[in-house]
Design a protein. Structure first.
Length: 294
């Protein structure tokens, strides 16, 4: 199929793009890398009357470290995250996750902002944003606001963005001494959407987790923190019994549903498998100590 007819404007400034959005509202769509939008147009899942191309806006590109914050422009491409020494040093979870995003051809064109605004529940970056307690910077014709990742993703392909807003950047707290990160997903083939995935951030002190954020994706309508599971292993020695309790608690945290790709029972089982693997990655010394006690 081919996309329906639309008008096209390649803007020269963010203000111009925002003015067009303000004028056309839901009839307009933003395009940058186009790796999600173009297939949706060709399948006629979307039929905007106007495409606003923001791909030339240099102010929305690039990666910088400002104090304790890593700022990533919305038009920064996936491949830029993959190759960035700043990301490797200060946001290693993103470095680990980005290699799982689709294939090199898509990572060469796709943008960070487009990925996050698309809000695919099986996508890696929204879960990373949730695990890292990121803030998403959103602009309108009248100003700017900062939205916590926990509030930004609202459902399947749904976000807190209004039709008149543009995601301009993501701000991630730079990795602090003692923080550890892990990322893992299960897919049928490399480059496929994950059946289940998990992005995690932790602090380990004296062989125990003092902080732990477990952000699952491809399980529910949006990335989800497994807070009840984390509570079973935070602030106490990591024992096999505690891990089993944490795995059991995932049923309440995630409550997956059946779909065409996997049953709810399969997804929950895989989520429990990933939990143990990620905990072992985050604190191998704790598991060695548990094996010695056993």
């Amino acid at each position: 199929m081919k996309a329906p007819a639309f008008d096209y404007v390649r803007v020269r400034s963010l203000d111009e793009a925002l003015a067009l959005l303000d004028e056309h509202g839901e009839e307009a769509k933003i395009i940058a890398g186009g790796q999600s939008l173009v297939p949706a147009l060709n399948l006629r899942l979307l039929a905007p009357s106007l495409l606003i191309d923001i791909g030339a806006l240099e102010e929305l590109k690039g990666i910088s470290v400002e104090g304790e914050t890593v700022r990533i422009g919305a038009l920064t491409r996936h491949v830029d995250l993959e190759r960035s020494p700043e990301i490797a040093a200060h946001a290693p979870l993103l470095k680990n996750a980005i290699a799982h995003v689709a294939h090199p051809a898509i990572r060469n064109r796709g943008t960070v902002g487009g990925n996050l605004a698309h809000a695919d529940p099986a996508s890696e970056l929204p879960a990373c944003a949730l695990a890292l307690e990121a803030r998403l910077i959103v602009a309108t014709a009248t100003g700017e606001r900062s939205v916590p990742a926990e509030d930004f993703f609202t459902g399947v392909y749904e976000t807190a963005l209004s039709p008149a807003e543009i995601l301009t950047a993501i701000e991630v707290p730079a990795a602090r001494p003692g923080e550890r990160f892990a990322f893992i997903e299960l897919a049928r083939r490399s480059g496929d959407y994950a059946l289940v995935g998990l992005a995690a951030k932790a602090v380990v002190q004296d062989g125990a987790f003092s902080d732990l954020r477990l952000a699952y994706f491809a399980v529910r309508a949006k990335p989800t923190l497994a807070a009840k599971a984390a509570a079973h292993v935070v602030g106490q020695p990591v024992t096999d019994a505690a891990v089993v309790e944490a795995q059991a608690a995932l049923a309440d945290d995630l409550a997956p549903q059946d779909d065409l790709h996997a049953s709810a029972a399969t997804r929950l089982h895989l989520a429990r498998v990933l939990l143990r693997r990620v905990l072992e990655q985050l604190s191998p010394e704790a598991f060695r100590a548990e094996r010695k006690r056993a």
